[in-house]
Ligand binder design. Structure first.
Ligand code: 6PG
Length: 510
Protein backbone atom coordinates (compact mmCIF):
# COMPACT_ATOMS: atom_id res chain seq x y z
CA UNK A 1 0.00 0.00 0.00
CA UNK A 2 1.43 3.36 -0.92
CA UNK A 3 -1.58 5.63 -0.38
CA UNK A 4 -1.00 8.43 2.12
CA UNK A 5 -3.52 10.64 3.87
CA UNK A 6 -3.84 14.14 2.37
CA UNK A 7 -4.29 16.26 5.48
CA UNK A 8 -3.24 15.14 8.92
CA UNK A 9 -4.51 15.84 12.43
CA UNK A 10 -1.18 15.96 14.21
CA UNK A 11 2.44 16.70 13.30
CA UNK A 12 5.06 14.60 15.08
CA UNK A 13 8.74 15.55 15.25
CA UNK A 14 11.43 13.25 16.64
CA UNK A 15 11.13 9.55 15.86
CA UNK A 16 13.45 7.96 18.39
CA UNK A 17 12.13 5.02 20.40
CA UNK A 18 9.60 7.13 22.33
CA UNK A 19 8.56 9.26 19.34
CA UNK A 20 8.08 6.29 17.03
CA UNK A 21 5.94 4.46 19.56
CA UNK A 22 3.86 7.50 20.49
CA UNK A 23 3.20 8.05 16.77
CA UNK A 24 2.02 4.45 16.30
CA UNK A 25 -0.12 4.74 19.44
CA UNK A 26 -1.74 7.92 18.02
CA UNK A 27 -2.31 6.16 14.72
CA UNK A 28 -3.90 3.17 16.48
CA UNK A 29 -6.31 5.64 18.05
CA UNK A 30 -7.45 6.95 14.68
CA UNK A 31 -5.29 10.07 14.31
CA UNK A 32 -3.61 10.81 11.00
CA UNK A 33 -0.01 11.84 11.57
CA UNK A 34 2.52 13.83 9.54
CA UNK A 35 5.98 13.03 10.87
CA UNK A 36 9.46 14.42 10.54
CA UNK A 37 12.92 13.55 11.81
CA UNK A 38 16.34 14.84 10.78
CA UNK A 39 17.25 11.19 10.20
CA UNK A 40 15.44 9.95 7.07
CA UNK A 41 16.12 6.33 8.11
CA UNK A 42 13.92 6.83 11.16
CA UNK A 43 11.07 8.13 9.01
CA UNK A 44 11.45 5.18 6.65
CA UNK A 45 11.51 2.71 9.55
CA UNK A 46 8.32 4.17 11.01
CA UNK A 47 6.51 4.12 7.65
CA UNK A 48 7.60 0.52 7.10
CA UNK A 49 6.34 -0.48 10.54
CA UNK A 50 3.05 1.32 9.96
CA UNK A 51 2.63 -0.47 6.65
CA UNK A 52 3.40 -3.84 8.24
CA UNK A 53 0.96 -3.24 11.08
CA UNK A 54 -2.01 -1.83 9.17
CA UNK A 55 -1.96 -4.36 6.34
CA UNK A 56 -4.45 -3.34 3.68
CA UNK A 57 -5.94 -0.47 5.68
CA UNK A 58 -5.24 3.10 4.42
CA UNK A 59 -1.97 4.75 5.49
CA UNK A 60 -2.17 6.52 8.84
CA UNK A 61 1.20 8.23 8.80
CA UNK A 62 2.89 10.39 6.20
CA UNK A 63 6.62 11.12 6.19
CA UNK A 64 7.81 14.68 5.52
CA UNK A 65 11.18 15.92 4.33
CA UNK A 66 11.14 19.33 6.03
CA UNK A 67 9.43 21.41 8.69
CA UNK A 68 7.67 23.35 5.93
CA UNK A 69 6.29 20.20 4.36
CA UNK A 70 5.14 19.01 7.80
CA UNK A 71 3.15 22.23 8.37
CA UNK A 72 1.67 22.01 4.88
CA UNK A 73 0.30 18.53 5.63
CA UNK A 74 -1.58 19.59 8.77
CA UNK A 75 -5.08 20.87 9.33
CA UNK A 76 -5.00 24.35 10.86
CA UNK A 77 -4.65 25.35 13.61
CA UNK A 78 -1.69 23.02 13.85
CA UNK A 79 -1.03 20.60 16.66
CA UNK A 80 2.60 19.48 16.72
CA UNK A 81 4.13 17.04 19.19
CA UNK A 82 7.87 16.97 19.85
CA UNK A 83 9.78 13.97 21.13
CA UNK A 84 13.35 15.22 20.93
CA UNK A 85 16.12 15.14 23.54
CA UNK A 86 15.65 17.61 26.40
CA UNK A 87 17.62 20.87 26.28
CA UNK A 88 18.81 22.69 23.14
CA UNK A 89 17.18 20.33 20.60
CA UNK A 90 13.73 21.48 21.77
CA UNK A 91 14.61 25.10 20.98
CA UNK A 92 16.23 24.19 17.66
CA UNK A 93 12.99 22.55 16.52
CA UNK A 94 10.92 25.50 17.81
CA UNK A 95 13.06 27.95 15.81
CA UNK A 96 12.77 25.82 12.67
CA UNK A 97 9.00 25.77 13.09
CA UNK A 98 8.97 29.57 13.36
CA UNK A 99 11.05 29.82 10.19
CA UNK A 100 8.63 27.40 8.50
CA UNK A 101 5.68 29.70 9.26
CA UNK A 102 4.03 28.32 12.38
CA UNK A 103 1.16 30.58 13.55
CA UNK A 104 0.28 32.15 16.91
CA UNK A 105 -2.65 29.83 17.57
CA UNK A 106 -0.73 26.66 16.66
CA UNK A 107 0.29 24.42 19.53
CA UNK A 108 3.67 22.79 20.09
CA UNK A 109 3.76 20.10 22.78
CA UNK A 110 7.11 19.09 24.26
CA UNK A 111 7.03 15.48 25.52
CA UNK A 112 10.73 15.05 26.36
CA UNK A 113 12.21 14.80 29.87
CA UNK A 114 12.70 18.59 29.95
CA UNK A 115 13.74 20.53 33.02
CA UNK A 116 10.51 22.12 34.28
CA UNK A 117 12.00 25.62 34.47
CA UNK A 118 12.95 25.35 30.77
CA UNK A 119 9.27 24.77 29.98
CA UNK A 120 8.31 27.88 31.95
CA UNK A 121 10.88 29.93 30.03
CA UNK A 122 9.80 28.50 26.68
CA UNK A 123 6.18 29.42 27.16
CA UNK A 124 7.27 33.05 27.66
CA UNK A 125 9.86 32.96 24.89
CA UNK A 126 7.50 31.66 22.20
CA UNK A 127 4.42 33.63 23.23
CA UNK A 128 2.91 35.30 20.18
CA UNK A 129 4.73 32.91 17.83
CA UNK A 130 2.89 29.73 18.89
CA UNK A 131 1.49 28.20 22.09
CA UNK A 132 4.15 26.20 23.88
CA UNK A 133 2.59 23.40 25.94
CA UNK A 134 4.38 20.70 27.91
CA UNK A 135 3.48 17.10 28.59
CA UNK A 136 5.72 14.81 30.56
CA UNK A 137 5.50 11.16 29.55
CA UNK A 138 6.30 8.10 31.60
CA UNK A 139 6.25 4.45 30.66
CA UNK A 140 9.27 3.79 28.50
CA UNK A 141 8.88 2.40 25.00
CA UNK A 142 6.11 -0.08 25.80
CA UNK A 143 4.15 2.63 27.62
CA UNK A 144 4.54 5.00 24.68
CA UNK A 145 3.29 2.31 22.30
CA UNK A 146 0.34 0.93 24.28
CA UNK A 147 -0.52 3.55 26.90
CA UNK A 148 1.76 5.91 28.83
CA UNK A 149 1.04 8.02 31.90
CA UNK A 150 0.80 11.65 30.76
CA UNK A 151 1.38 14.79 32.83
CA UNK A 152 0.24 17.75 30.69
CA UNK A 153 0.58 21.37 31.74
CA UNK A 154 0.24 24.79 30.16
CA UNK A 155 -2.27 27.06 28.49
CA UNK A 156 -5.83 25.89 29.44
CA UNK A 157 -7.14 26.64 25.90
CA UNK A 158 -4.41 24.43 24.42
CA UNK A 159 -5.43 21.73 26.91
CA UNK A 160 -8.99 21.71 25.55
CA UNK A 161 -7.52 20.79 22.16
CA UNK A 162 -5.00 18.27 23.45
CA UNK A 163 -7.17 16.58 26.08
CA UNK A 164 -9.04 14.17 23.75
CA UNK A 165 -5.79 13.13 22.11
CA UNK A 166 -3.97 12.42 25.38
CA UNK A 167 -6.96 10.70 26.96
CA UNK A 168 -7.22 8.42 23.93
CA UNK A 169 -3.59 7.28 23.92
CA UNK A 170 -2.97 7.15 27.70
CA UNK A 171 -2.89 3.98 29.78
CA UNK A 172 -6.27 3.07 31.28
CA UNK A 173 -7.23 1.91 34.74
CA UNK A 174 -10.21 -0.17 35.84
CA UNK A 175 -12.08 2.34 38.06
CA UNK A 176 -13.41 -0.37 40.38
CA UNK A 177 -10.15 -2.24 41.04
CA UNK A 178 -7.62 0.54 40.36
CA UNK A 179 -5.65 -1.96 38.26
CA UNK A 180 -4.27 -1.31 34.74
CA UNK A 181 -6.38 -2.40 31.78
CA UNK A 182 -3.77 -3.76 29.45
CA UNK A 183 -3.86 -4.40 25.73
CA UNK A 184 -0.67 -4.85 23.81
CA UNK A 185 -2.50 -5.84 20.67
CA UNK A 186 -1.45 -3.72 17.76
CA UNK A 187 -4.32 -1.66 16.40
CA UNK A 188 -6.62 -2.47 19.32
CA UNK A 189 -6.09 0.14 22.03
CA UNK A 190 -7.98 0.01 25.33
CA UNK A 191 -10.91 2.39 25.00
CA UNK A 192 -12.67 1.89 28.34
CA UNK A 193 -11.46 2.76 31.86
CA UNK A 194 -9.97 5.88 33.45
CA UNK A 195 -7.20 7.44 31.34
CA UNK A 196 -3.86 8.12 33.03
CA UNK A 197 -3.77 11.71 31.77
CA UNK A 198 -4.90 14.66 33.80
CA UNK A 199 -4.27 18.39 33.50
CA UNK A 200 -1.59 19.16 36.09
CA UNK A 201 -1.54 22.97 36.00
CA UNK A 202 0.36 25.90 34.48
CA UNK A 203 3.27 25.14 32.16
CA UNK A 204 6.18 23.50 33.98
CA UNK A 205 3.95 21.86 36.60
CA UNK A 206 3.66 18.66 34.56
CA UNK A 207 7.39 18.34 34.09
CA UNK A 208 7.91 19.10 37.79
CA UNK A 209 5.53 16.28 38.72
CA UNK A 210 7.29 13.94 36.26
CA UNK A 211 10.65 14.96 37.72
CA UNK A 212 9.41 13.94 41.18
CA UNK A 213 7.99 10.73 39.68
CA UNK A 214 11.52 9.97 38.51
CA UNK A 215 12.98 10.87 41.92
CA UNK A 216 10.57 8.36 43.47
CA UNK A 217 11.51 5.91 40.70
CA UNK A 218 15.20 6.25 41.68
CA UNK A 219 14.32 5.59 45.34
CA UNK A 220 12.03 2.66 44.53
CA UNK A 221 14.71 1.04 42.35
CA UNK A 222 17.48 1.59 44.90
CA UNK A 223 15.35 0.13 47.71
CA UNK A 224 14.74 -3.02 45.66
CA UNK A 225 18.47 -3.21 44.92
CA UNK A 226 19.30 -2.95 48.61
CA UNK A 227 16.89 -5.79 49.48
CA UNK A 228 18.54 -7.85 46.72
CA UNK A 229 22.01 -6.99 48.03
CA UNK A 230 21.22 -8.16 51.57
CA UNK A 231 19.68 -11.40 50.29
CA UNK A 232 22.68 -11.99 48.07
CA UNK A 233 25.48 -11.10 50.50
CA UNK A 234 24.09 -11.74 53.97
CA UNK A 235 21.72 -14.61 53.21
CA UNK A 236 23.84 -16.16 50.44
CA UNK A 237 20.91 -16.52 48.04
CA UNK A 238 21.25 -17.01 44.27
CA UNK A 239 19.69 -14.58 41.75
CA UNK A 240 17.11 -17.27 40.89
CA UNK A 241 16.16 -17.66 44.56
CA UNK A 242 15.87 -13.90 44.99
CA UNK A 243 13.74 -13.69 41.83
CA UNK A 244 11.36 -16.23 43.40
CA UNK A 245 11.12 -14.07 46.53
CA UNK A 246 10.38 -10.99 44.41
CA UNK A 247 7.67 -12.92 42.56
CA UNK A 248 6.18 -13.87 45.91
CA UNK A 249 6.33 -10.25 47.15
CA UNK A 250 4.69 -9.16 43.91
CA UNK A 251 1.54 -11.01 44.97
CA UNK A 252 1.01 -8.67 47.94
CA UNK A 253 1.38 -5.06 49.04
CA UNK A 254 4.63 -4.68 47.08
CA UNK A 255 2.97 -5.55 43.76
CA UNK A 256 4.56 -3.24 41.21
CA UNK A 257 6.09 -3.05 37.77
CA UNK A 258 9.56 -2.49 39.25
CA UNK A 259 9.40 -5.62 41.45
CA UNK A 260 8.12 -7.60 38.48
CA UNK A 261 10.93 -6.51 36.14
CA UNK A 262 13.54 -6.99 38.89
CA UNK A 263 12.49 -10.66 39.12
CA UNK A 264 12.77 -10.96 35.35
CA UNK A 265 16.24 -9.42 35.30
CA UNK A 266 17.40 -11.79 38.05
CA UNK A 267 16.02 -14.83 36.23
CA UNK A 268 17.87 -13.99 33.03
CA UNK A 269 20.90 -16.16 32.16
CA UNK A 270 23.71 -14.60 30.15
CA UNK A 271 23.81 -16.48 26.83
CA UNK A 272 27.56 -15.83 26.46
CA UNK A 273 28.90 -16.91 29.84
CA UNK A 274 26.01 -19.09 31.05
CA UNK A 275 26.02 -17.20 34.34
CA UNK A 276 23.12 -15.17 35.74
CA UNK A 277 23.03 -12.00 33.62
CA UNK A 278 23.08 -9.81 36.73
CA UNK A 279 26.54 -11.17 37.56
CA UNK A 280 28.02 -9.96 34.29
CA UNK A 281 26.37 -6.52 34.31
CA UNK A 282 28.90 -3.93 35.49
CA UNK A 283 27.79 -2.48 38.84
CA UNK A 284 28.10 1.15 37.74
CA UNK A 285 24.74 2.94 37.49
CA UNK A 286 24.01 5.52 34.82
CA UNK A 287 21.72 8.50 35.22
CA UNK A 288 20.26 11.11 32.94
CA UNK A 289 19.62 13.75 35.58
CA UNK A 290 15.99 13.72 36.67
CA UNK A 291 16.78 12.13 40.07
CA UNK A 292 19.47 14.73 40.61
CA UNK A 293 17.05 17.52 39.66
CA UNK A 294 14.56 16.19 42.21
CA UNK A 295 17.17 16.12 44.98
CA UNK A 296 18.35 19.62 44.07
CA UNK A 297 14.79 20.92 44.04
CA UNK A 298 14.14 19.30 47.44
CA UNK A 299 17.16 21.10 48.85
CA UNK A 300 16.07 24.38 47.30
CA UNK A 301 12.47 24.12 48.45
CA UNK A 302 13.59 22.88 51.89
CA UNK A 303 11.59 19.66 51.66
CA UNK A 304 13.21 16.60 53.28
CA UNK A 305 13.65 14.01 50.52
CA UNK A 306 16.62 12.08 51.85
CA UNK A 307 15.68 8.70 50.41
CA UNK A 308 15.48 10.18 46.92
CA UNK A 309 18.81 11.99 47.45
CA UNK A 310 20.41 8.80 48.80
CA UNK A 311 19.26 6.94 45.72
CA UNK A 312 21.10 9.50 43.57
CA UNK A 313 24.21 9.25 45.77
CA UNK A 314 24.03 5.45 45.58
CA UNK A 315 24.38 5.80 41.79
CA UNK A 316 27.28 8.24 42.30
CA UNK A 317 29.22 5.89 44.58
CA UNK A 318 28.49 2.97 42.26
CA UNK A 319 30.19 4.88 39.46
CA UNK A 320 33.47 4.99 41.46
CA UNK A 321 34.06 1.35 40.52
CA UNK A 322 37.87 1.42 40.33
CA UNK A 323 38.17 3.22 43.67
CA UNK A 324 35.74 0.81 45.31
CA UNK A 325 37.66 -2.20 44.07
CA UNK A 326 40.87 -0.66 45.43
CA UNK A 327 39.25 0.18 48.79
CA UNK A 328 37.70 -3.28 49.10
CA UNK A 329 41.17 -4.73 49.58
CA UNK A 330 42.08 -2.16 52.24
CA UNK A 331 39.05 -1.28 54.35
CA UNK A 332 37.83 -3.79 56.90
CA UNK A 333 34.18 -4.67 57.39
CA UNK A 334 32.53 -6.74 60.10
CA UNK A 335 32.71 -10.51 60.38
CA UNK A 336 29.48 -11.81 58.88
CA UNK A 337 27.24 -13.55 61.40
CA UNK A 338 26.26 -17.15 60.55
CA UNK A 339 22.51 -17.53 60.18
CA UNK A 340 20.33 -20.61 60.68
CA UNK A 341 17.67 -21.43 58.08
CA UNK A 342 15.05 -20.16 60.48
CA UNK A 343 16.89 -16.86 60.88
CA UNK A 344 17.24 -16.57 57.11
CA UNK A 345 13.53 -17.15 56.69
CA UNK A 346 12.80 -14.44 59.27
CA UNK A 347 15.31 -12.11 57.59
CA UNK A 348 13.49 -12.37 54.26
CA UNK A 349 10.24 -11.36 55.96
CA UNK A 350 12.02 -8.46 57.66
CA UNK A 351 13.40 -7.29 54.32
CA UNK A 352 9.96 -7.38 52.73
CA UNK A 353 8.54 -5.24 55.49
CA UNK A 354 11.55 -2.90 55.35
CA UNK A 355 11.13 -2.47 51.62
CA UNK A 356 7.43 -1.72 52.01
CA UNK A 357 7.86 0.81 54.85
CA UNK A 358 10.79 2.49 53.07
CA UNK A 359 8.74 2.72 49.91
CA UNK A 360 5.93 4.45 51.81
CA UNK A 361 8.49 6.98 53.08
CA UNK A 362 9.96 7.57 49.61
CA UNK A 363 6.48 8.35 48.26
CA UNK A 364 5.71 10.49 51.31
CA UNK A 365 8.85 12.50 50.54
CA UNK A 366 7.93 12.88 46.88
CA UNK A 367 4.39 14.05 47.63
CA UNK A 368 5.63 16.36 50.39
CA UNK A 369 8.09 17.89 47.92
CA UNK A 370 5.35 18.40 45.32
CA UNK A 371 3.17 19.98 48.01
CA UNK A 372 5.85 22.46 49.04
CA UNK A 373 6.74 23.27 45.44
CA UNK A 374 3.06 23.64 44.56
CA UNK A 375 2.59 26.19 47.35
CA UNK A 376 5.75 28.03 46.35
CA UNK A 377 4.73 28.20 42.68
CA UNK A 378 0.99 28.73 43.28
CA UNK A 379 0.08 25.60 41.30
CA UNK A 380 -2.58 23.93 43.54
CA UNK A 381 -1.59 20.40 42.49
CA UNK A 382 -4.25 17.73 42.98
CA UNK A 383 -2.46 14.80 44.63
CA UNK A 384 -5.33 12.32 44.37
CA UNK A 385 -5.36 12.92 40.60
CA UNK A 386 -1.57 12.62 40.37
CA UNK A 387 -1.60 9.31 42.27
CA UNK A 388 -4.42 8.15 39.98
CA UNK A 389 -2.50 8.77 36.76
CA UNK A 390 0.49 6.87 38.17
CA UNK A 391 -1.59 3.72 38.72
CA UNK A 392 -0.88 2.55 35.17
CA UNK A 393 1.40 3.33 32.26
CA UNK A 394 4.30 4.76 34.23
CA UNK A 395 7.45 3.14 35.60
CA UNK A 396 6.39 3.39 39.27
CA UNK A 397 2.94 1.89 38.65
CA UNK A 398 1.88 -0.25 41.57
CA UNK A 399 -1.26 -1.32 43.47
CA UNK A 400 0.12 0.89 46.22
CA UNK A 401 -0.82 3.98 44.16
CA UNK A 402 -4.48 3.16 44.78
CA UNK A 403 -3.85 3.44 48.54
CA UNK A 404 -2.24 6.85 47.96
CA UNK A 405 -5.18 7.90 45.78
CA UNK A 406 -7.57 6.84 48.58
CA UNK A 407 -5.54 8.72 51.18
CA UNK A 408 -5.75 12.01 49.26
CA UNK A 409 -9.39 11.45 48.27
CA UNK A 410 -10.25 11.04 51.96
CA UNK A 411 -8.31 14.16 52.95
CA UNK A 412 -7.18 16.52 50.22
CA UNK A 413 -5.36 18.68 52.79
CA UNK A 414 -3.33 15.71 54.11
CA UNK A 415 0.00 17.27 55.21
CA UNK A 416 1.99 14.04 54.75
CA UNK A 417 1.12 10.54 53.50
CA UNK A 418 2.58 9.11 56.73
CA UNK A 419 -0.38 10.69 58.56
CA UNK A 420 -3.05 8.96 56.46
CA UNK A 421 -4.79 6.43 58.76
CA UNK A 422 -4.02 3.56 56.36
CA UNK A 423 -0.26 4.27 56.34
CA UNK A 424 -0.17 4.98 60.10
CA UNK A 425 -1.50 1.46 60.60
CA UNK A 426 0.75 -0.15 57.98
CA UNK A 427 3.98 1.27 59.38
CA UNK A 428 2.94 0.49 62.96
CA UNK A 429 2.41 -3.11 61.86
CA UNK A 430 5.72 -3.56 60.04
CA UNK A 431 8.18 -1.18 61.65
CA UNK A 432 9.81 -3.68 64.04
CA UNK A 433 10.89 -5.78 61.05
CA UNK A 434 12.00 -2.65 59.19
CA UNK A 435 14.39 -1.83 62.02
CA UNK A 436 15.61 -5.44 62.19
CA UNK A 437 16.37 -5.53 58.47
CA UNK A 438 18.47 -2.36 58.67
CA UNK A 439 20.27 -3.70 61.74
CA UNK A 440 21.01 -6.94 59.88
CA UNK A 441 22.38 -5.10 56.85
CA UNK A 442 24.53 -2.89 59.08
CA UNK A 443 25.87 -5.83 61.12
CA UNK A 444 26.81 -7.52 57.85
CA UNK A 445 28.46 -4.37 56.49
CA UNK A 446 26.04 -4.15 53.57
CA UNK A 447 25.14 -0.60 52.56
CA UNK A 448 21.44 0.24 52.77
CA UNK A 449 21.52 4.02 52.48
CA UNK A 450 18.03 4.38 51.00
CA UNK A 451 16.35 2.04 53.49
CA UNK A 452 18.03 3.58 56.50
CA UNK A 453 17.43 7.13 55.27
CA UNK A 454 13.74 6.24 54.93
CA UNK A 455 13.69 5.03 58.53
CA UNK A 456 15.52 8.21 59.57
CA UNK A 457 12.91 10.25 57.74
CA UNK A 458 10.17 8.39 59.60
CA UNK A 459 11.88 8.76 62.98
CA UNK A 460 12.64 12.45 62.37
CA UNK A 461 9.14 13.22 61.16
CA UNK A 462 7.55 11.59 64.21
CA UNK A 463 9.99 13.27 66.65
CA UNK A 464 8.33 16.00 68.69
CA UNK A 465 11.78 17.20 69.69
CA UNK A 466 14.93 17.08 67.56
CA UNK A 467 18.46 18.16 68.55
CA UNK A 468 18.10 21.30 66.45
CA UNK A 469 17.91 23.11 69.81
CA UNK A 470 21.60 22.31 70.39
CA UNK A 471 22.32 23.22 66.78
CA UNK A 472 20.73 26.63 67.25
CA UNK A 473 22.88 27.07 70.37
CA UNK A 474 25.98 26.25 68.34
CA UNK A 475 24.99 28.71 65.61
CA UNK A 476 24.36 31.42 68.14
CA UNK A 477 27.70 30.71 69.83
CA UNK A 478 29.93 31.12 66.80
CA UNK A 479 27.87 33.37 64.60
CA UNK A 480 25.36 35.25 66.75
CA UNK A 481 22.66 33.71 64.55
CA UNK A 482 20.08 33.94 67.41
CA UNK A 483 17.53 31.38 68.58
CA UNK A 484 13.88 31.30 69.52
CA UNK A 485 12.62 30.05 72.91
CA UNK A 486 9.93 27.43 73.49
CA UNK A 487 8.45 29.60 76.26
CA UNK A 488 8.22 32.84 74.29
CA UNK A 489 5.99 33.84 71.34
CA UNK A 490 7.12 32.49 67.97
CA UNK A 491 9.30 34.86 66.03
CA UNK A 492 10.94 36.51 69.05
CA UNK A 493 14.70 36.08 68.71
CA UNK A 494 17.35 35.82 71.44
CA UNK A 495 21.12 35.83 71.64
CA UNK A 496 23.61 35.06 74.40
CA UNK A 497 26.68 37.27 74.69
CA UNK A 498 28.96 34.19 74.79
CA UNK A 499 32.19 36.18 75.14
CA UNK A 500 30.93 37.93 78.25
CA UNK A 501 31.70 35.74 81.32
CA UNK A 502 28.27 36.65 82.71
CA UNK A 503 26.69 35.34 79.45
CA UNK A 504 23.76 37.74 79.45
CA UNK A 505 20.79 36.91 77.23
CA UNK A 506 19.43 39.64 75.03
CA UNK A 507 16.22 39.81 73.08
CA UNK A 508 16.83 40.94 69.52
CA UNK A 509 14.60 43.80 68.55
CA UNK A 510 13.35 43.78 64.95
C1 6PG B 1 9.84 6.98 32.64
C2 6PG B 1 11.31 6.92 32.93
C3 6PG B 1 12.07 7.59 31.85
C4 6PG B 1 13.53 7.20 31.78
C5 6PG B 1 14.31 7.77 32.90
C6 6PG B 1 15.61 7.02 33.09
O1 6PG B 1 9.13 7.46 33.50
O2 6PG B 1 9.44 6.53 31.56
O3 6PG B 1 11.58 7.54 34.13
O4 6PG B 1 11.84 8.95 31.98
O5 6PG B 1 13.65 5.83 31.73
O6 6PG B 1 14.59 9.10 32.58
O7 6PG B 1 16.34 7.81 33.90
P1 6PG B 1 17.82 7.52 34.29
O8 6PG B 1 18.57 7.23 33.01
O9 6PG B 1 18.27 8.76 34.96
O10 6PG B 1 17.79 6.31 35.18
Amino acid sequence: MTDTPQQCDIGFIGLGVMGKNLTLNLADNGYRIACFDLDQDKIDALLAQDEAERGDAPARIVGCRSYTELLSKLNAPHLIILSVPAGDPVDHVCHHLIDAGIQADDIVVDTGNSLWTDSVEREKQYKGKFIFFSTAVSGGEIGARFGPSLMPSGDPYAWTRIEPVWKAIAAKVDPTTGKPLVSQTIGKPVTEGEPCATYIGPVGAGHYVKMVHNGIEYADMQLICEAYHVMREALGMTPQEIAAIFRDWNEGELNSYLIEISAEVLEQQDPESDQPLVDVILDRAGQKGTGLWTAVSALQVGSPAQTIAQAVFARSISSLKAERVHASAMLAGPAKPELTDEQKHAAIEQLRDALYCSKICAYAQGFQLMDMASKEQGWTLDFAEIAKIWRAGCIIRAVFLQSITNAYEQDEELPNLLLAPFFVEQIARYQANWRQAIAMATLNGIPCAAMSSALNYYDSYRAGVLPANLLQGQRDYFGAHTFQRVDKPEGKKFHIEWSDPARPQVMIKK
